[in-house]
Design a protein around this ligand. Sequence first.
Ligand code: ADP
Length: 247
Amino acid sequence: ITSNRPVLAIEGLTVSFDGFKAVDNLNLYVDRNEVRVVIGPNGAGKTTVLDLICGKTAATSGSIRFNEIELTKMREHEIVRAGVGRKFQTPSIYESLSVFENLEMSFPRGRMVLGALTFKRSPDVVERVEKVAQEIFLADLLHQQADLLSHGQKQWLEIGMLLMQEPELLMLDEPVAGMSVSEREKTAELLGRISQGRSVVVIEHDMEFVKSIAHKVTVLHQGKILAEGSMESVQSNPKVIEVYLGH
Ligand code: ADP
């Protein structure tokens, strides 16, 4: 019965900062296999919504259910372990380590082969690293030091580090900022692929890119949903046009 339920169900979510509601009674549902893009002007509450989901910010009220688990009472690391991965705008990778090592480090410790106090590579890890490297277009660069990668490749590496943890929900903040045109195209392809069997939530400003990846778009404005639906429907919505163009 649970398979038809949304993976992520947010209801009545509110957060106040000194009485200012950055997120105001939000309801948001994201399905499995879905790429949801959240757009909206600066200060709309987009980052705060992701912060609330991953436990970085505590909700004032409301609920966030992920596969029927209530996240609002959980700590950040517990939310990661529950299967939620978050990528921030700036890549946080280990520049002095190789692509392989970066991916390997992200393999969940709980599933590592425990060899006393020494760190041991299990065939399981190697296999997984190779599979993920393939997915993120870095299979030929496994032994390259990470600081030599292009900006776009670093962004992919960080997505790969999240994939190592096998998240069911992946949240990405402006994943193509600073990328070349061809890197953008490959990222769109990557997001389409990784949404299979998962849910992906993306904050994005680049409307051409939004068009190429979004199954559904949620427009936030002043902490509330202004419009939701296909890219075409929100783009032609007068309220959305006014928020973006009118002052
Ligand atoms: P967006 O990502 O859509 O640009 P944010 O979620 O970053 O918007 O911010 C929404 C609003 O909440 C902004 O007015 C911002 O100043 C405010 N805000 C965000 N985090 C905090 C915080 N920790 N304390 C006070 N105000 C905050």
